[in-house]
Design a protein around this ligand. Structure first.
Ligand code: AP5
Ligand code: ZN
Length: 214
């Protein structure tokens, strides 16, 4: 199964990706996580990406498309994958199509901007695994620690309110057009398109996904 998770920053893509990975045994391809690993490793790509990400802007299409194409060639993607945070612009979606990478389901997470700003203030992440928590809505078993490894949780550099608001602006301008794009793809029989209410509790959203995907 090949799935695109589409939605604003903080809409819950990473959270539901963890659920879907376990349920369907397919890997999560999070371009954000890939970039953060590159930053941590101190690679040239990481150095270039850090500045852009800290400002809440998008990394260039060319770099991102290259990263995803390479990742999809890997062995664990042959039975499917979850794209989390990609595509994020029309050129990225076009590049995927031109490369012959088809998807079965596009899932849009609908969440209002104000809810997102509140969520981001409480987000904590475990960078090594991509697991995501929220101090109130999805707390770890032990405060400040990852459930599985006990390692410390961190606050992402781009979760400052000012940066979050900027990222939301970028989403509305550059990513939202993909809603129309994939609805048209669905009308042409190229994929299924689902919109879900992402403001409901994490478990309810997961249950709806299970129903949708079977
Ligand atoms: P990326 O890492 O992809 O960030 P994002 O898309 O902005 O999305 P987030 O990870 O912030 O949110 P999410 O939807 O995964 O929400 P989460 O589940 O964590 O990208 C970061 C940066 O990298 C970009 O700004 C850009 O610079 C660059 N980049 C990445 N991909 C790119 C691309 N394709 N092209 C160009 N540049 C790219 O949840 C958020 C919080 O809410 C958590 O605390 C969670 O616990 C909580 N929560 C989740 N669901 C619920 C719920 N149902 N109820 C209550 N709380 C909830
Ligand atoms: Zn995420």
């Amino acid at each position: 199964m090949r799935i695109i998770l589409l939605g604003a920053p903080g809409a819950g893509k990473g959270t539901q990706a963890q659920f879907l990975m376990r349920k369907y045994g397919i890997p999560q391809i999070s371009t954000g996580d890939m970039l953060r690993s590159a930053i941590k490793a101190g690679t040239e790509l990481g150095l270039a990406a850090k500045r852009v990400m800290d400002e809440g802007k998008l990394v260039s299409d060319e770099i991102i498309i290259g990263l995803v194409k390479e990742r999809i060639k890997e062995d664990d993607c042959k039975d499917g994958f979850l794209l989390d945070g990609f595509p994020r612009t029309i050129p990225q979606a076009d590049a995927m199509k031109e490369a012959g990478i088809k998807v079965d389901h596009v899932i849009e997470f609908d969440v209002a901007d104000d809810v997102i700003v509140e969520r981001m203030g409480g987000r904590r992440v475990h960078p090594a695994s991509g697991r995501v928590y929220h101090v109130v809505y999805n707390p770890p078993k032990e405060e400040g620690k990852d459930d599985e490894t006990g390692e410390p949780l961190i606050i992402r550099d781009d979760d400052k309110e000012e940066t979050v608001r900027h990222r939301l602006g970028v989403y509305h301008e550059q990513t939202k057009p993909l809603v129309d794009y994939y609805q048209k793809e669905a009308q042409n029989g190229n994929c299924e398109y689902h919109r879900l209410d992402g403001t409901r509790p994490v478990d309810e959203v997961s249950n709806e996904l299970s129903t949708l995907l079977g």
